[in-house]
Design a protein around this ligand. Sequence first.
Ligand code: GN1
Ligand code: MG
Length: 361
Amino acid sequence: MEFDIKNVFKCFAVEGVPYETVPIKSGHINQTFLIRSDTGDAYILQRINHTVFRNPEAVIGNKIRVAAHIAEKRKGLPDDKLDRRILRFFETRSGGHIQRDQDGNYWNLLNYIEDSRVYLKTPNAKVAHEAGKALGGFLRDTEDIDPTTLVETIPRFHSMSFRYSQFDEALENASEERVEMASGLIETAHDVRDEMQSLERRVAEGVIPVRTTHNDTKISNVLFSEDDKALCVIDLDTVMPGVVHYDFGDAVRTICNQGEEDEQDLSKVGFDLEYFEAFARGFLSDSGLHLSESESEGLAFSSRVMTFIVGLRMLTDFLNNDIYFDTQYDTHNLVRARSQFRLAELIDENLERMEKIVAKA
Ligand code: GN1
Ligand code: MG
């Protein structure tokens, strides 16, 4: 493994010999490695899962476009940490930004941002606020990228009706044993089917403007400095056309959850309203992002929808015998789905208060 990775690294047009490769395990889809080279530089080498991303070239194309656009915007701003706030993709020695390996895998290389850290769970309200500023800032920085010029690399990624059709199909083909184990969650999924599709209906009516969105705004996709300032939004794999609700809601899913995404003990899954307030203030007030009226509407509710859709995808994957998300144990996807559904319920209970907070922000 190590040998292969170093060989792939050598195909990129950067100086130096790698002396350390460390797997970074937080993602569920792609494989990621931190590489330190003897020049003192550090890199992120990433293998794009091409069963999930059917068109890896387009994925890299989107990422480079968006990263370069953000870098261009930041250039003029006074900031001594500039190179720690942007992502740079390196070319291969034979040209282009993708290196294939002997097994046909697709690799890309980018800068590693030193002295940075990520959180899987929000440690305090200040971090929630900073994450809000960074993720709202991402939408502000990319609002002048015409979304129709980006490739929709995973079609219907956040489409609830599509996710339900995948769920229905999985349910039909699932083993009796798994259906039985997931019966409570399956029932919940049936119960909320119509309600969960209301955001999609508004999107289909064309009332919410389509913009360039990140589409995977979990807290671990925001890099922080050692003094907890948000530095940079990472993981541009799913930048595509979307609506603000996707990024707002998906961020709330991890930022305001007091438990882990795969929490086994449901009593530890909690919705933190204080973090929500701090996040919403960062995203909506302090990021410089301007939203139209139709974009501001339904933001609190989108938190429930986006939490639920991730849970539904995990439940579907459990029924499919775990073919999509990386799992560490047999019932991992079931555990994930259960905790996400629980969180979606808690968000529902907090909805009125959340709406007031959004209106104030
Ligand atoms: C996946 O691989 P990662 O952690 O970046 C998934 C997201 C989910 C997330 C749940 C391409 O993201 O949609 O929200 O897991 N990415 C893809 O943690 O399906
Ligand atoms: Mg991702």
